[in-house]
Design a binder for this molecule. Structure first.
Ligand SMILES: [Zn+2]
Length: 243
């Protein structure tokens, strides 16, 4: 069968072959790419980690490894691959996706979201915004989605005053104690991030203040609620400070 997919990881297999894990809209397919490390093999190109392509696969059932027969690139993602910061963002998105995949059986929307975020990043749209959008949307798969309709303490739908990463969402006037008060634009934009169809984005006009506020909120929320500690995120945060 022929599938579209994205290679999340590759591991050596014997002297000349490797195993690639291809994320598709039907989940991850583990494949042996026989001879892929030898110079003459037609599988030498397009079987590396972070390849987005079409794959001809001899699919095996019962968790056995399938056989990869052909690999053709759909998009080389050159803008990402020539930019250390963007590679760091991509590495984080892939590591996060590996965790999300473990928590779900519904892959179609997740796969499309994942690919669209990467393609927009390759089109030079703001990688921090795209990553934050992705982080927000996959919270539902991780079972810790944010309620964007009401106060997370009392359920009040009116008088929302701020958001708080530790409390886990909106805080209304009645429940407010001493939380940081984010401005209205940040609160509205956070909801937009969650609702937007990534494939429809052609440009992003968001102030740096709002972008950094939302990133701060999401980082606190992730630390508090997801239980994920990803090494690529730590690296990304350190490299992001240099730009
Ligand atoms: Zn409340």
């Amino acid at each position: 069968m022929e599938v579209e997919g994205f290679i999340l990881s590759e591991v050596p297999y014997g002297d000349t072959s490797k195993i690639v894990n291809i994320f598709t809209n039907d989940g991850v397919i583990g494949c042996i790419a026989k001879g892929a490390k030898s110079l003459k093999s037609n599988l030498r190109v397009n079987t590396s980690k972070f390849t987005y392509g079409k794959f001809l696969i001899d699919k095996k059932d019962n968790n056995k490894l399938s056989l990869l027969k052909e690999a053709v690139s759909i998009n080389e993602l050159v803008n990402i691959k020539n930019d250390l910061l963007l590679i760091s963002y991509l590495s984080y998105i892939v590591e996060l996706t590996n965790q999300v995949i473990k928590q779900t059986y519904e892959f179609d929307n997740l796969y499309n979201l994942f690919i669209n975020v990467i393609l927009k990043m390759n089109n030079k749209l703001n990688p921090k915004v795209l990553t934050n959008i992705y982080e927000l949307k996959v919270l539902d798969y991780l079972g810790v989605g944010i309620n964007f309709n009401s106060c997370s303490k009392c359920g009040n739908k009116k008088d929302i005053l701020t958001i708080d990463g530790d409390i886990g969402g909106y805080v209304c006037k009645n429940c407010f104690t001493n939380e940081f008060i984010y401005d209205d634009k940040t609160i509205k934009m956070l909801r937009m991030y969650y609702l937007i169809d990534v494939s429809s984005i052609s440009e992003l006009k968001i102030s740096d203040t709002v972008i950094n506020n939302i990133d701060r909120f999401i980082n606190i929320y992730y630390d508090r609620y997801t239980g994920l500690y990803l090494s690529s995120k730590k690296f990304l945060n350190s490299i992001d400070k240099m730009y």
